[in-house]
Design a protein around this ligand. Structure first.
Ligand SMILES: [Zn+2]
Length: 457
């Protein structure tokens, strides 16, 4: 009888132990949903350090603000890690159609644009209905002219159209330069019809001298299309005076140290990027991501729970101009074991799906996470090849398991990289839902007895 009682007690205690992390995760989920932590952080960040263009004094000020705030919140090992990078200063940016129907255009320079002479340049414009059409013309055939490239980006929940249409902005300038163009104008990558151009980065092929490159608002692009439809020669006057120099940025790190003597050395990374384009306060992109992961970790801290693995919040600098922060982090921390990494960088729309890139043996743990966040309207996916966010690309390449809480992006590209990316666009309840999901992800990953690595290359 005694033995039976003992056995029952043992069994019960193992059931309790197995259930404990899930019980805690559910409590953390509910706490994050109701504590207002994420919105409080987002409101403060976008109000007190509203300008965060990479490698500028404003971005450095934001890093100092974040460091002080994370320390005050009670996190451990709060620090920043600096890295060198090119610095972009916007300068003057104006454009107007000078013939056949003179009128101004609303434009903004791309992140690695070359400059026009200070007085600008005026040239005939050649229109391309797609990037492929631009690719198809012979090298040197656009000498002395401005290339204008449009595209057909559409609204999608997962943002996949940005990936497809995005080549116009990323590669269009370099291709136009190869064709001899004096400058390039593109239809902004966006889904709104406000008269706001969408900023963004571009790249140049090795050895390619930069040409002036800018994006125009969608209403302006469609107006230009109508002007072209008249069949008469079109000329545009363009003034762009950006400056590219050298500077530094920094990543900001904060931790809840792991309590397990062995697993405590492993890191569960949750992150976002705190830099933003200079046209707005970057409330969606990506102050929201920062607020979501900070609030998730703060909820764990406030519950006085001790994770087995170390939970590390990483707020990356300089994502926008080319993922400089993510690459610097991966290099600086390559000797550490990252059990799992997840970045929130798609605004503040509700999470609808969790997808991962983990060892097959760890898929049941991901399913546990999904089960815990199912009451928040989140489902799982059979797909196991999600690389977890832009700043995690280098970590994922190095074999770190990744996970993404996929957010509803139907309206994300209405304000993405425009002057309208401001706090009023963020729904507090949706932001809280995100932080509840991250609290569950971080807690379950930090306490799982299963390893998420190695992943298939
Ligand atoms: Zn972003």
């Amino acid at each position: 009888m005694m033995r039976l009682l003992l056995l029952t007690a043992l069994l019960l205690s193992s059931v309790v132990q197995a259930a404990e992390p899930a019980d805690s995760a559910a409590k953390l989920r509910d706490a994050a949903l109701g504590n207002g932590e994420a919105y409080r952080f987002l409101e403060a960040m976008t109000t007190e350090v509203p300008l965060r263009l990479a490698a500028t004094e404003s971005e450095a000020k934001a890093a100092a603000w974040l460091t002080a705030r994370l320390k005050a919140m009670g996190f451990s090992n709060v620090r920043s890690e600096r890295f060198p990078m090119p610095r972009f200063d916007r300068g003057v940016e104006t454009a107007s159609i000078t013939a056949p129907f003179p009128q101004p255009l609303h434009i903004t320079a791309l992140g690695r644009s070359g400059a026009t002479p200070p007085e600008g340049l005026e040239a005939e414009v050649v229109r391309f209905a797609s990037l492929d059409d631009l690719r198809a013309v012979p090298d040197g055939s656009l000498t002395g002219r401005i290339a204008y490239v449009t595209h057909a980006m559409v609204r999608t929940q997962d943002g996949s159209s940005y990936g497809a249409a995005g080549a116009v902005r990323r590669s269009g300038p370099s291709i136009a330069a190869k064709k001899g163009a004096a400058a390039i104008l593109i239809r902004s990558l966006g889904t709104d019809h406000q008269r706001n151009p969408h900023a963004g980065s571009n790249s140049w092929d090795a050895g390619q001298a930069p040409i002036p490159a800018a994006a125009m608002s969608l209403p302006d692009a469609e107006q230009l299309d109508r002007v072209f439809a008249r069949g008469r020669p079109v000329t545009i006057r363009l003034v762009l005076t950006p400056r590219i120099t050298t500077g530094t940025s920094q990543n900001v790190l904060a931790e809840i140290p792991g309590s397990d003597p062995v697993l405590g050395k492993e890191v569960v990374l949750i992150g976002g990027h705190y830099d933003a384009w200079d046209l707005a306060t970057g409330a969606q992109d990506d102050a929201s991501g920062c607020a979501i992961v900070v609030a998730a970790a703060k909820t764990i801290l406030d519950a006085k729970l001790k994770p087995k693995r170390t939970i590390r919040v990483v707020l990356f600098g300089a994502e926008e101009p080319g993922i400089f922060g993510g690459r610097a982090y991966a290099e600086a921390h390559k000797a550490e074991v990252h059990a799992l990494a997840a970045e929130s960088d798609f605004g503040a729309g509700r999470v609808y799906q969790i997808s991962s890139r983990v060892n097959e043996a760890a898929l049941p743990v991901v399913r546990d996470m999904v089960r815990l966040v199912a009451p928040l309207g989140v489902s799982g996916t059979r797909d196991n090849d999600n690389r977890g966010g832009p700043d995690l690309v280098a970590l994922a390449e190095a074999g770190v398991p990744t996970l993404e809480a996929q957010q509803d992006g139907l309206h994300y590209f209405d304000v993405h990289h425009t002057p309208d990316d401001t706090l009023d666009k963020v729904e507090p309840a949706a932001l809280a839902q995100n932080s509840a999901v991250y609290a569950v992800i971080a807690w379950v990953a930090a306490n799982s007895g299963v390893a998420f690595a190695p992943v298939k290359p």
